[in-house]
Structure formats: C-alpha cells, structure tokens
Design a protein around this ligand. Structure first.
Ligand code: F1P
Length: 608
C-alpha cells in the first residue's frame, strides 16, 4: 500500500504535493518523492518520512503541475533509488504507482535487452520505460499501450514533458480519487490527502483512466472509450476521511481483508499449473528439500498465525513442526537438530523477542526465514530468506488484517514446501490454490454479516464478566486469536481452549454468565467438536457457534450460530478469524473502549 497525489493548476505544485503526501502518511512512510514540471521534470526523492523530503525540496520550486508518492515497499527495499517517482531513460516521463506489477520481471528483462537502463529494484520502473517505448506523439495512447502489457494491480499518475499541461492517471484494483477545483484539479489515493483543497471528488473505477489539466478532466476506459462520471460532495471531516468513513482504523483494517488477500496471492499462484511462485523468498529448492524440521517463533497474534502454520506445514509438507513463543524459545537452550528451519513471524519485523529468537537460532546453525509486513525491517536483515505479507500499514494496535495476511502467506509457503518436497500432488495443490483464489470473495460475504455479529456482541458479550473460545485442530488457533482480540480491546477476561481439553479442567468454569464461542466449521474433528459443544451446553453456558452455511444440525445444540460460507476446510479458519475480530470489535465499541489504542499496549514491542 502506497499513497499517490497530483496537482495541476495555477499555484505552485510542490507545497501542495508535500502537504497532501503528509496527510497520506498512514498509507506508507518508508520513502517519498515528488516530480514537478517547469520546462523539464525536476524529481526529488528520499528514503524515510515525508519530513525528510520536505527538507530536501527547495523552498522555491517553480512549476504548476506535479505528482508525488509516499511508499510502502513491496518490491525492492526502502531506499532513495527505490522511492517514486520513477523516470524513463530520457527523464521525460515520471511515474508514481500504487499496486503490484506481477509480470515486471519478464518485462524488465525484455526492456533491458532493448537497451533500457534501470536504476531501481522496483516493479514500477518498467512502466516508465514501457511508456517511453510506446510514445510516438500521443501521451494517452502511450500510457494505454504500456498498461495493456502489464498484469497486476495499479493506480498510477504519469507526467510527460511532451504534453506538460496534463497528468494521466489510471486504475485497476487500487484506489484513485480526483479532486475538482477552480482552474485546478487534484489527484490522490484517498480523500483526506486533498480534502482541505476541495470537497468535490470524482471516484475513478477499475479499468478507467483520466487526463487531467487545470481546466478539465477527461475520463475514458483503458481502451479509450469516453466515460461520464458524477462529481460527489464529500461531507466527512479529515479524521473520518483518513479512516475512509469507518469509525476506527481497526474496523477499516478488518474491511480491507478481501483486498489484502488478493494482493498476497498476486503473481504468486498459478491455478492452471497448480504452482506456487515463491522464488523471491531466497531459499533454494535444494535447501527446502533437505530440511528435516521447522520451528516457528513469534509473539501475540503472530504466534497464533504460527500455530496455524504448524498444522499447515505438517499437513501439506509432512514436516515435524514446533511453534514456540519467542520469549520462551530464546531462553530455553533449545536442542536443535541439523537442517532445522526457524521461521520468525512478525508483523512489524521489530519485536525484540522474535529478533532475539532468530539470532539464537542462527547462532545454532539453523536456516532462518522471516514472514513480515515491513520491507527492510530489522528481522529481514537477520535471516536467510523473507516472505512479505503485503498487508500495508496497520494502524490499529490489535492486529487484524496482518493476522489474515500472515495466515494466507503461510498457506502459500506450506503448499510451496509441499510441492518442492513432493508431498502434495499437483491436483491437491490445484484444489488448494482454487480455495485461495476464492477466499477474498468469501471474506467479503462474512463482512456482509457485520450487522448480525454486532447484534450478537451486544446480546451475549457486552455484560459478560468473562468468556471462552474453543476449537479443535485448525480451528484452535482461531480460538486463541479470538480470546486475545476480545481481551485486548474489550478488556473482558477471555481464554481459549482446545475443545478436547475442556474435560481436563476448564469445564469447571462453565456457567450461564460466561458465553462460549465455538469455532465449529467442518474439519476432520467436527463430530468430536459437536460432542464438546454438548458438554458445555450441559453446564448451561451460552454457546455462540461459528459454523458452515450447510451445517443445519448445529442449531439444535447452541444459542446462536454465525454462519460462514462453505470453503475448502483448510481455508475456513480465515473466515472464522474475521468473525472473532468483529465480535471483539463490536463488544469493545459497545463498552466504549479505546479500540485503536487499547490501554497498556503498543503496536511494536521493541523491548524485552
Ligand atoms: C507482535 C504483537 C502483535 C500485537 C501487538 C503487540 O507483534 O504481539 O501481535 O497485535 O501489536 O505485538 P509483531 O511481532 O507481529 O510485530
């Protein structure tokens, strides 16, 4: 996730671009840049936050047209050369981009063969060179032709010295709004960037592009067919706009999950061939084949994603897996056998205990891999390989979209290991990949049940003194995550149990005023789970079950059912995760808790 902005009009562009970028910093902040046209394109960019860029840009920079970008790295580490805008070989075309060009590698190799010189490691730079190559005497045609060669997602803004009165923009699967002013127009990824300048906005849809001058905005499809669009009046204040109208970042991030799932899988799966494309992680197939064991180390929510990973690697790659809380692993004097892979899962890539556990593993000769959200974070510099989860910045302290992203990334990695180690057939891989492709759509269906889940939270949880989450097999990590979400944002003491363990102690706690959430989607332990639910019911505890649409019977045993679509059984934990996130969110909201910044907690825990 990155932020893009643009301005064309009668004012000096640079101060407006910098101000708009500052307001988009929540979309990414590892590097930033602007390009302004005045006789030629002047480009300024820098690693680090926008403040650093503001210091770099001359106070007096003439030019009434320009584009800007704040970056959240996906291809290429955060650095000045990888910062946008990216230029073509001649410096006459400047591009800013939000999204992922999936086929950038092939395109770059072809362009290099034709003599193009690349200066960055990004996927975006291919666009600048493709437009350069396509340009004859029509800027729009050149952009259209370049875009027809790329696959993936994009929101772009392009400046061209040959037609310096206009900015061209286009979008596919990434947001873009156009701000309409008096003799001036604006471009941004999100409304808050330009809300102080205009409240009149046009929302570009997928497959559309626009040519924007100070006088007018001409919108067409990517094929060049004219499109008429309404101008909308935005009444939000800036704070609400940052949250895209959601009351909290947490709710916004929960709702971003369908898009995040699409981004994670972009360019990494081939359904047709039953293949996972993960060469990027930096571990050779030879190394993966030779591994004998996996240890996953992580903290908090990331630990729960790791817990699910334990089942997945075991099932798909037939490998023995341990999952350990990082703060315990590092002091446990672990007995490590040869050919062990230690995977550190950390959203931030900065959690002190996870970093220390990885160092401990390295010092004992293990191969190491990080699964993280932040390109260039500390963990990425300590490991042999990295898998990025591509979730974009997460502002809410309680992790939601990054949990889902870690889980989906772990599906990719474990299926990949399964294929490399010949434990999965291509037919099985195809079934799983088809399941992954479907997942984003199915998560959207769960989000549509938000109203029902809110009612459920108000009925059963608002006044409860304690609550429990139970699950078996792949559903157990979701019970753990549900209990963590509930306690960290609603402050209701919550605990999770593997449902088969209830009879060994926790049944003593079951009572009519302690609701139990049963993660009961179908898997190989479903019948056993139904027995466990009956055990709880016999103690008069209210039960809220999360179950498949097609599971008619379950209604007889429980007080309320939240239904999720029938998907491949391995994927259903993702759907249940969304339900427990919403349950915790609405409970905390009803109780008036500080949802995005729960008491005593921090987003990045860099101390032991
Ligand atoms: C681990 C973690 C998060 C939690 C909170 C505190 O962080 O426990 O799961 O939501 O933000 O830190 P990380 O290692 O995944 O960055």
């Amino acid at each position: 996730m990155c932020g893009i902005v643009g301005y064309v009009g009668e004012k000096e562009a640079a101060p407006i671009l910098l101000d708009a970028l500052k307001r988009l910093e929540y979309r990414g902040y590892d590097s930033a840049g602007i390009a302004v046209f005045n006789e030629k394109i002047a480009c300024f960019k820098n690693e680090g936050e926008i403040e650093k860029l503001i210091k770099l840009v001359p106070k007096k920079l003439d030019g009434n047209i320009g584009i800007g970008h704040t970056r959240w790295a996906t291809h290429g580490r955060p650095s000045t050369i990888n910062a946008h805008p990216h230029l073509d070989c001649t410096g006459r075309i400047a591009v800013v981009h939000n999204g992922i060009i999936e086929n950038f590698f092939e395109l770059r190799e072809e362009l290099k063969k034709r003599g193009h010189k690349f200066t960055s490691e990004t996927d975006t730079e291919v666009l600048a060179h493709l437009i350069e190559e396509s340009y004859k005497d029509d800027f729009a045609l050149a952009v259209r032709s370049a875009l027809s060669k790329v696959s993936g997602s994009f929101a772009i803004a392009v400046l061209c010295s040959f037609e310096p009165d206009k900015i061209l923009v286009a979008r596919k699967d990434n947001p873009l709004v156009l701000g309409v002013g008096e003799k001036e127009n604006y471009i941004a990824s999100d409304i808050p960037a330009i809300l102080t300048y205009t409240r009149k906005m046009i929302f570009l849809d997928n497959g559309e592009m626009a040519a924007i001058t100070g006088r007018d905005i001409k919108i067409t499809t990517l094929q060049g067919k004219e499109v008429q669009k309404a101008i909308q009046d935005i009444t939000w204040d800036i704070k609400a706009a940052e949250k895209a109208g959601y009351e909290h970042f947490m709710l916004k991030e929960i709702n971003e999950q369908p898009r995040v799932i699409m981004e994670i899988t972009a360019g990494r799966i081939s359904e047709h061939e039953g293949k996972i494309i993960l060469g990027e992680i930096g571990l050779s197939e030879r190394v993966i084949s030779s591994l004998e064991r996996i240890i996953i180390v992580a903290c908090g929510t990331s630990y729960h994603a790791g817990y699910l990973g334990k089942y997945l690697f075991s099932k798909f790659a037939r490998m023995p897996v341990n999952v350990e809380v990082a703060s315990e692993f590092r002091y446990s004097d672990p007995a490590i056998v040869e050919k062990t892979l230690v995977i550190g899962i950390s959203q931030s890539g900065e959690t002190a205990d996870t970093l220390a556990a990885i160092r401990e593993a390295r010092s004992r000769g293990c191969t190491t891999l990080a699964i993280t959200n932040v390109v260039g974070s500390s963990i990425t510099r300590e490991v042999d390989g990295v898998l990025y989860i591509r979730a974009g910045p997460e502002i809410g302290v309680a992790a939601t979209k990054t949990f889902t992203a870690q889980v989906v990334s772990t599906y990719l990695l474990s299926i990949y290991f399964g294929l490399v180690r010949y434990c999965l057939t291509s037919a099985e891989a195809k079934r799983l990949i088809a399941g992954l492709k479907q997942l984003s759509r199915e998560v959207t269906k769960v989000l549509e049940k938000s109203g029902e889940i809110e009612k459920c939270a108000n009925t059963w949880f608002e006044n409860s003194k304690t609550c429990f989450f139970i699950g078996r097999n792949l559903n157990f990590p979701i019970a753990l995550e549900g209990a963590l979400k509930m306690k960290e944002i609603s402050y209701i003491p919550s605990d999770a149990y593997a449902a088969g363990e209830l009879k060994h102690g926790p049944l003593a706690l079951m009572s009519p005023d302690a609701p139990v959430v049963a993660i009961a989607t179908r898997n190989s332990t479903h019948e056993k789970m139904l027995s466990n639910i009956r055990e709880v019911k016999a103690r008069d505890a209210p039960i809220i079950a999360i179950a498949n649409e097609s599971d008619i019977d379950i209604e007889r045993f429980v007080d309320h059912v939240v239904r999720v679509p029938d998907v491949a059984e391995e994927m259903s934990p993702v759907l249940s995760a969304v339900v427990v996130q919403l349950l915790a969110y609405y409970t905390a909201r009803k109780k008036g808790c500080s949802i995005d910044k729960p008491r005593h907690l921090a987003k990045s825990v860099t101390v032991e």
